[in-house]
Design a protein around this ligand. Sequence first.
Ligand SMILES: Nc1ncnc2c1ncn2[C@@H]1O[C@H](COP(=O)(O)OP(=O)(O)O)[C@@H](O)[C@H]1O
Ligand SMILES: [Mg+2]
Length: 511
Amino acid sequence: MEALHERKGRQPLLEMRRITKSFGGVFANEDVSLRCYPGEVISLLGENGAGKTTLMKVLYGMHAADSGEIVWKGEPVSIRTPGDAIRLGIQMVHQHFMLIPTLSVAENLVLGREPKKHGIFQRCGAEEICEELSRTYGLRIDGRRRVSTLSVGERQRVEILKALYRGAELLILDEPTAVLTPQETRELFGTIGRLRAMGKSIIIITHKLKETREISDRVYVLRGGKITGERQTAGATIDELTELMVGYRLVQTQNQHPTPGDALLCVKNLSLREKQGRSLLRELNFTVYSGEILGVAGVEGNGQEELIEVLSGIRSGWDGEMELRGVRVEKPTPARLMELGVATIHADRQYRGLLLDKSAVKNMMLGFQRDRRFYRRPRLVWKLAERQTAEEMERFDIRPRDPQRAAGEFSGGNQQKLIVARELGRDAQLLIAANPTRGIDIGAVNSIHQKLLQARDGGRGVLLISSDLDEIMELSDRIAVIYEGRIVTLRAAVDFTELELGTYMGGTADA
Ligand SMILES: Nc1ncnc2c1ncn2[C@@H]1O[C@H](COP(=O)(O)OP(=O)(O)O)[C@@H](O)[C@H]1O
Ligand SMILES: [Mg+2]
């Protein structure tokens, strides 16, 4: 808060004035103005496609703006290449890292600015530089290690050190936490705090409100290429920021954790091996009750895909038992499971969930071909199907409300809502939701979350398998963590902290 008063009469480090940038007639940035003061952390908040990366690429000399001006320390500057930006003291760490994996940390660090003696590269020099930087900024890293052996979090640390070595005064981080575990995120935020204390300025791009609130002094919200608001973070509420981001108010998700009912799905000693013998799933045991959401958390690639495939009847060749409402299911197929009351929402909407070149109504009827509501011997009555689809589009706010439009022509969020509407429309007691909101805008995320909670409150059981930890924590009544094909913990959601979950997800918990 002190920043506000102190800043009066102080010169901004950076000013972007009325920046406009279009790609083939589409405005990625329109009349965007922004300031950043020395020692300030700015958050650039907005949904996918809002124009955040574009704006920062303009600043970093990777895109030429159509119009607008950049002022650095009070002087108008022309930044045509990243080299120009770097010379001024502006550094950007991208979403995809740009290190050379076969070189060591120290070599990567000094790349392009190698310490030389009589024209010969000095490896020791590089390692010393690395050590000193690492000490100065409190970023632990061993300069001798090869980059290919580093974790993602460590690579990011090297990128940041490299930026600092090149004399960054303003550091731009593009969605830096997207690839990090909660622990690594915490460390990164610690680093950002230290850099701020040293007088560095930081612009962090994010679509996460929680992060914005946690780390930034001030926030600019972008929507559809325009700034919709600027706030001191400390005074801004979640509701207010969400509204700036999506353009309307969202119902905050409330999770009341009702008392669960009967066992719906019971999995016993489920194991799966690859042909070569590698274990993909190891002795899984869990039950999903009616009236509960059981969340399965985990870093992607720890058996979730295989679990979903087994439970939705796509994959055979597993060992163990699967019971639905106390009745053993011997060789489940997707059709058989559907009959038994299992509905599945796949994240992979393009591949499994929808027929993209077919209309919304045709997609809504997948698996309903013989449903009494639409079927009049000998065939499905499309008029009835269309009426039903129109109603679902209303209920789920699917836009545009056109049942005849091809599924592929809806946006990702609307495609996903189509799938959710269809699957909830089944008379299914058990719902398997696999990353149900991956890659879609928060308005649609929010609406799908509400529907899942409603389904649960109505007595259905939901198995939510998601690599989005926020989603798991928000929705689940109980949480299991899957790591290397094994459930390493399973208990009531209220008994976990986020950090603890992160420890299990990273395979470093003792239990
Ligand atoms: N190189 C490009 N060519 C064409 N369109 C682009 C390019 N980069 C971004 N866009 C478009 O500009 C808009 C903003 O994108 P971007 O800045 O990446 O958003 P954000 O980083 O907020 O997700 C999007 O509609 C995107 O499709
Ligand atoms: Mg981006």
